[in-house]
Design a protein around this ligand. Structure first.
Ligand SMILES: [Zn+2]
Length: 284
């Protein structure tokens, strides 16, 4: 097995098997594949199957099949192995747990026992409907983090540096700026139901899989600011980010938010070609 060389481009495809892939995924993944090809780099397929309530093995099989149909090839993944296996998040718990311990020991995170109801009563409504409300900070002053040997039974939140401006230069969308505590609050890194949260898992995986550029949808721009803080807290360098324009339908509604979003499966069955699927009016 070839190990990554210094300076090599390493990108990733990170689908979550919670449903069938749709046109929005196809666009983002084809851009990720193109970026890796242009740099003669590696492309990693990571199966983001952390949430046992929402992920299904039949969707894992379907995403492999749909990606192959699109003509997207990867060099490392759950189906073909690689130097940073395992490539399914459900098999990487020990790595996330180690990161949780580091963040706990360094005082970056705290246990939060607020119920959904507590939060609904006191939280500031998010500016953006897609986003989570800003946590009002009720449990921030707790000092019992180190009494937990395992992250079970409570939510674990990252203590964001209120008022600090987080900036990054997006490869596609340019300069980005978010203010901690105003644009987003103390976010969850480990869920009460004992599932590592997205913001922790992707940071750990992108670091350990030596990802140099993250290509994903622009709906995750603000998440990048949260993840930059997480990288920093863990003492890891931050990869480059390329956020793709979101695919919208003829009424301007985001494809990912549509329950009837055209799945690649359905488009293929009704005679569309991969070229037709990837050719959309707002192509960037
Ligand atoms: Zn709380």
């Amino acid at each position: 097995m070839k190990s990554p060389c210094e300076g090599e481009y390493r990108g990733r495809l990170a689908p979550s098997p919670t449903g069938l892939l749709h046109v929005g995924h196809a666009r983002t993944f084809s851009i990720a594949a193109r970026r890796a090809r242009e740099h003669a780099g590696a492309l990693i397929l990571r199966n983001e199957d952390l949430d046992p309530q929402r992920c299904r093995t039949e969707f894992v099989d379907a995403m492999f099949e749909d990606l192959h149909w699109l003509g997207i090839e990867w060099t490392e993944g759950p189906d073909c192995g690689g130097p940073y296996a395992p490539y399914s998040q459900s098999e990487r718990r020990s790595h996330y747990l180690q990161a949780w311990r580091n963040l706990r020991d360094e005082g970056w995170i705290y246990p939060c026992s607020c119920s959904r109801k507590d939060l609904a009563l006191s939280a500031t409504a998010p500016n953006d409907l897609d986003d989570e409300p800003i946590y009002p900070g009720r449990c921030r002053a707790r000092t019992d983090a180190k009494q937990f040997d395992l992250p079970v039974g409570v939510n674990w939140r990252f203590r964001v540096p209120d008022g600090e401006t987080i900036t990054f230069d997006d490869v596609h969308l340019g300069f980005q700026r978010f203010v901690a505590g105003r644009d987003f609050g103390d976010f969850v890194v480990w869920r009460r139901d004992d599932v590592p949260a997205y913001h922790l898992a992707v940071v750990v995986d992108d670091a350990q899989m030596k990802i140099t550029e993250v290509v994903r949808g622009a709906d995750l721009l603000k998440s990048t600011a949260r993840q930059i803080l997480t990288f920093r807290a863990l003492g890891i360098s931050v990869p480059a980010y390329y956020h793709c324009d979101l695919v919208r339908d003829e009424r301007g509604l985001r494809m990912a938010k549509r329950h009837d979003a055209a799945s690649l499966r359905r488009l293929r069955e009704t005679g569309s070609t991969p070229e037709q699927v990837l050719r959309t009016p707002n192509h960037s």
